[in-house]
Design a protein around this ligand. Structure first.
Ligand code: BEZ
Length: 238
């Protein structure tokens, strides 16, 4: 089945969007990217999601992430639906247009190629709708994270932002983030790293927890002490 796997080079597809024709790689430039798909224009859950995405767009920009949506309807519908999204979600903001483009994929070519269809949700002609898919693409144009929800489950865009934070904090570094991590919390280094090495990497301090079967050691320096370019967070290792 076609689709995208973590680490795959993301295709430089050409698409008609609400800001004109784009080629994905040129659109993204050196930024990170979030591509999120929707079952259909004008549908209620999608309207809440695009509104939430619009309200968080400055947070994505701060992280150097470009957003782009996809829905399997035509441009005309996208433009008209955008007004609904803004009216429903952004009444108290100055937002006059959506801060990201929407790809028109009325022939479902991209949705099929990228593995975005939901076989359980069909339109009136019996054709599958798009699932709620999220692809986070790195500046190297490779897929860093994917989330696939069925059409009936709306996504949590705060979680997508949190996942971006984790991806950016861990990219190219020997650290990972634990459950429910958020910027400012401890991160973890591999269990294989000797305590002395961790202590050298994180000179502000380390601590160790012992579980019945495994050692778990934590360090509490600020990330700037690791290699100078991670976010402002603490580190731990196990
Ligand atoms: C919605 O966006 O409301 C929706 C779309 C497809 C299936 C179910 C809900």
């Amino acid at each position: 089945m076609p689709g995208m796997l973590l680490g795959d080079a993301f295709p430089n597809f050409e698409a008609e969007t609400t800001i004109g024709k784009i080629k994905l790689h040129e659109f993204l430039g050196d930024s990170w990217g979030v591509l999120f798909s929707h079952p259909r224009d004008y549908t209620p859950v999608c309207t809440t999601e695009l509104g939430r995405a619009a309200r968080l767009s400055t947070e994505f920009s701060k992280r150097n992430v470009k957003m782009i949506a996809l829905s399997i309807d035509c441009l005309e519908d996208h433009h008209s639906w955008s007004k609904d999204i803004l009216a429903y979600n952004c009444e108290d903001s100055d937002c006059r247009s959506l801060p990201f483009p929407i790809i028109a994929d009325s022939k479902r070519e991209l949705a099929v190629a990228l593995g975005m269809l939901d076989p359980d949700e069909k339109d009136k002609d019996g054709l599958p709708l798009t699932a709620r898919c999220v692809f986070i693409i790195g500046p190297d144009k490779r897929l860093k994270l994917s989330i696939l929800y069925p059409a009936t489950t709306g996504r949590n865009f705060d979680e997508i932002l949190r996942a971006v934070d984790s991806l950016q904090a861990t990219a190219g570094k020997r650290v990972s983030t634990p459950a429910d991590w958020k910027p400012g919390d401890c991160v973890m280094v591999p269990a294989s790293m000797p305590e002395e090495e961790a202590a050298a990497l994180f000179p502000a301090g380390v601590y160790t927890k012992t579980c019945p079967l495994a050692r778990s050691t934590c360090a509490t320096p600020r990330s700037s002490e690791h290699d100078g370019d991670t976010p402002d967070s603490q580190h731990s290792f196990m």
